[in-house]
Design a binder for this molecule. Structure first.
Ligand code: FPP
Length: 250
């Protein structure tokens, strides 16, 4: 019944049922620094390679028919990194968003940003606003870039916004549900991620989508993000398709 996509790499055959894809895949793009270090290169070279991988995977996600792809590009904690490294990540984002604007009418990928964008440079902020504005009517794949994002920060902001609504008489705490609270988050209107992928061998969520990941399937691989290929995504999707999702039921 299902349409099977067959891709062969040297070691194994990966089969993914394109009719049972997760709607929403989220990725922690980790391992750029180690990738660069192993090659005797500066960390920013790792981020540049990671940005290339992001391009490849975002294009492939759209080709496969995924509805939502969310990536962790910069966390609320990443400001602690050396200034030069922060600048290079912001520069890569600017470059990518410029390209995205050029290609938008053709690709019809909807772009959104999760995070507090206020500390970004005026140039980057403007690019974020432009890409969101241009693509808001598109209905194909939606790419969410988590930028100055932290899961706890997102929840605290949501709680504050809800408290303000209560004080203004627009909301009633006695009637709050989990679904309604979701509308106070950056991800309002976006379904929770079905699958969260973390490359680079680390086995934690690192403050990523803490609210939204309640029932997400988690997939970890030792592959470093710059080495993450389309084949690796297919492997993660195939693994996901063998999971039994019960959401607390039987
Ligand atoms: C984590 O690897 C990666 C980041 C903090 C930055 C991710 C940014 C990009 C891939 C480039 C820009 C993004 C887009 C969407 C164009 P790490 O540096 O923590 O790696 P390590 O754990 O090996 O040190």
């Amino acid at each position: 019944m299902g349409l099977w996509k067959r891709r062969t790499d040297r070691r194994q055959r990966v089969q993914v049922d394109l009719e049972r894809l997760p709607r929403h895949v989220a990725i922690i793009m980790d391992g750029n620094g180690r990738w660069a270090k192993r090659r005797g290169m500066p960390r920013k070279a790792g981020h540049a390679a990671g940005a290339e991988t992001f391009r490849t995977i975002a294009t492939f996600a759209k080709e496969l028919g995924l509805e939502y792809l969310t990536v962790y590009a910069f966390s609320t904690e990443n400001w602690k990194r050396p200034e030069d490294e922060v600048r290079s990540i912001m520069g890569l984002l600017e470059k990518y968003l410029h390209e995205a604007i050029d290609r938008m009418a053709r690709d019809r990928v909807k772009m959104a940003f999760f995070g507090d964008l206020s500390p970004l440079s005026p140039e980057l902020l403007d690019l974020c606003r432009q890409t969101q504005e241009i693509s808001k009517g598109y209905d194909g794949c939606q790419v969410n870039i988590c930028l100055n994002y932290g899961g706890r920060d997102e929840i605290v902001r949501g709680v504050k916004a809800f408290a303000r609504d209560c004080m203004a008489g627009r909301a009633d705490p006695n009637h709050l549900t989990a679904a309604a609270f979701g509308n106070y988050l950056y991800s309002a209107g976006v379904p929770d991620p079905d699958l969260i992928i973390r490359p680079s061998g680390e086995l934690r969520l690192s403050n990523f989508l803490l609210w939204q990941s309640a029932y997400s399937e988690l997939y970890f691989t030792d592959v470093l993000w710059p080495d993450f290929t389309k084949e690796e995504l297919l492997k993660a999707l195939a693994d996901y398709q063998h999971r039994s999702r019960r959401y607390g039921g039987v």
